[in-house]
Design a protein around this ligand. Structure first.
Ligand SMILES: Nc1ncnc2c1ncn2[C@@H]1O[C@H](COP(=O)(O)OP(=O)(O)OP(=O)(O)O)[C@@H](O)[C@H]1O
Length: 258
């Protein structure tokens, strides 16, 4: 189910002009600095922004084509969204939040509650109230709710940005597991090279509203594994030299001695 996207939008001072094709079933990362136009591209894919000149086709079905005034409303696109903040319904328990998407979907693409609950490890959270969840737990529930809406495409807008380092690594592992378990295409907005390396099959690098490079993550310098040298050990603190950019305080790295 290839995703073909061409978006031209005028956004204040930014002249957005982005085109790419995402792989079937894999993760396409939209990577770039703040203000590059990543979220604005996502909004056009989801049909929540209607301005500009846009063509979006998923598996051959045209969702938007402004040239011929074709436009499928957002709620009929079969798209699941996950945002930086989980946006759960605070008045509903976790399970009701999860099932909200499923009830509204009106279609069954075979994504079952038990399977989603198991992959995301949220069984124990089901009876709880949203106010009783941590940020990471909320994001797991938000991922589950999006999946249970039976989407054929998931759009994730910096889903880890509001979490601390340890929690980011944990939720990233869950998203990697979802990718392996559910054959869904995803478009994933991030400015973290580590997330691109861990998750993406295709990366579209966007700067100033333009695609400056796209291709396989390794070809664009997003290495899955990097080697670092220990230069100093002071008590519990270890200073490493040689790791690429993108690490932030609180990030975790896997150590293989050798
Ligand atoms: N409807 C709009 N009208 C005018 N300007 C807009 C509109 N939507 C977005 N912009 C501007 O377009 C630019 C790109 O915004 P966008 O949110 O797509 O960036 P981004 O790459 O997702 O950045 P971030 O990583 O900070 O979310 C920003 O400067 C933003 O202020």
């Amino acid at each position: 189910m290839t995703l073909a996207v061409a978006v031209r939008r005028r956004l204040g001072a930014l002249d957005l002009d982005v085109a790419f094709e995402g792989p079937e079933q894999g993760v396409t990362a939209l990577f770039g600095p703040s203000g590059a136009g990543k979220s604005a591209t996502l909004a056009a894919i989801g049909g929540v922004a209607r301005d500009g000149s846009v063509r979006v086709a998923l598996g051959g079905e045209v969702l938007t084509d402004t040239a011929v005034r074709a436009f499928v409303p957002p709620e009929r696109r079969g798209i699941g969204w996950v945002y930086q903040d989980a946006r759960l319904f605070p008045h509903l328990p976790v399970r009701a939040n999860l099932l909200y998407g499923k009830r509204r979907a009106g279609i069954d693409r075979g994504i079952g509650e038990a399977e989603v609950v198991q992959v995301l490890g949220i069984e124990a959270l089901l009876p709880r109230r949203v106010a009783e969840l941590s940020g990471g737990e909320r994001q797991r529930v938000a991922l589950g709710r999006a999946l249970l809406s039976q989407p054929r495409l998931l759009l994730l807008d910096e889903p880890l940005a509001a979490l601390d380092g340890a929690r980011r690594a944990e939720i990233l592992d869950f998203i990697v597991a979802l990718k392996a378990r559910f054959a869904l295409p995803m478009v994933y907005v991030t400015h973290s090279p580590a997330e691109v390396a861990a998750l993406a099959d295709h990366v579209v690098r966007i700067e100033g509203g333009r695609v400056v490079a796209q291709g396989a993550p390794a070809a664009l310098g997003f290495a899955g594994e990097e080697t670092a040298e220990v230069v100093e050990v002071a008590g519990a603190a270890v200073v490493l030299r040689g790791l690429g950019g993108g690490l932030r305080p609180g990030d975790r790295v896997r150590v293989v001695r050798g």
